[in-house]
Design a protein around this ligand. Structure first.
Ligand SMILES: C[S@@+](CC[C@H](N)C(=O)[O-])C[C@H]1O[C@@H](n2cnc3c(N)ncnc32)[C@H](O)[C@@H]1O
Length: 214
């Protein structure tokens, strides 16, 4: 199954971008991420589905060379403006995760709360592309949502055969969302060695995974 990417871009623009840009998230403590990437000798990072752009800005401020992709041209325009204001050389592209160019190469990839907003086979294709753009031994930080909460359960939604939900009506109208089980995530990370797994207080899961050579 394939998402209507134009429709999904509008969904996210409605969610995030109808109000003035919230830049406050960049002021969080990012040392856990920055220190890990520095320890690994990472220089280049790809931020997949950057949304408001705070991950990209935090990493660029810390001196990493950041490339950022999202399906939303509104998000791209906002991140370009933010980077320009701060004099940060972030390379911003409107590009779906499942169409990452095969000639790109990065030491690390961040994909936070993005692969759970597409159909299963699209996420699998996106992960193949992510693996392809990672340098040998490169690191992936994958953030996946937790199980549906009471609000999600109560929100009118359609369930597709692959288990993907599409919310209907209100703020989340037409948003795709899929809950990935642990077993499915392990399958998604084929070709990676999982080196860390953390469940955040809000139930979201964070995986560190290293591309296995070959
Ligand atoms: C929940 S937000 C996450 C934003 C950011 N990564 C964060 O952690 O705050 C999901 C983002 O993924 C983007 N997105 C959705 N489908 C995508 C796709 N197929 N390829 C790339 N980006 C996508 C949306 O436009 C939105 O900005």
């Amino acid at each position: 199954m394939r998402a209507d990417l134009e429709e999904q871009a509008r969904v996210w623009e409605r969610m995030f971008f109808q109000t003035p840009q919230d830049r406050s998230l960049v002021e969080r403590d990012w040392s856990w991420l920055v220190e890990r990437l520095r320890r690994e000798g990472v220089r280049t990072v790809l931020d997949v589905g950057f949304g408001p752009g705070h991950w990209s800005v935090a990493l660029a401020r810390a001196g990493f060379r950041v490339t950022a992709v999202d399906i939303s041209s509104v998000a791209a325009a906002r991140l370009r403006a933010w980077a320009e204001e701060e004099g940060l050389p972030i390379e911003v592209h409107v590009c779906p995760a499942q169409e990452l160019p095969t000639d790109w190469a990065f030491d690390a990839v961040i994909a936070n709360s993005v692969l759970d907003h597409m159909f299963k086979e699209e996420a699998e294709e996106a992960m193949r592309r992510i693996r392809a753009v990672l340098n040998p031994g490169g690191l992936l930080l994958l953030g996946m949502d937790g199980p549906p909460d009471a609000e999600d359960e109560a929100w009118p939604h359609h369930v597709f055969p692959d288990g993907t939900w599409q919310f209907l009506g209100g703020r989340k109208d037409r948003m795709l969302w899929r809950f990935w089980t642990e077993e499915e995530i392990v399958g998604l990370l084929t070709g990676f060695r999982i080196e860390g797994r953390e469940v955040l207080p809000n139930g979201r899961r964070r995986f560190w995974a290293r591309k296995i050579r070959g």
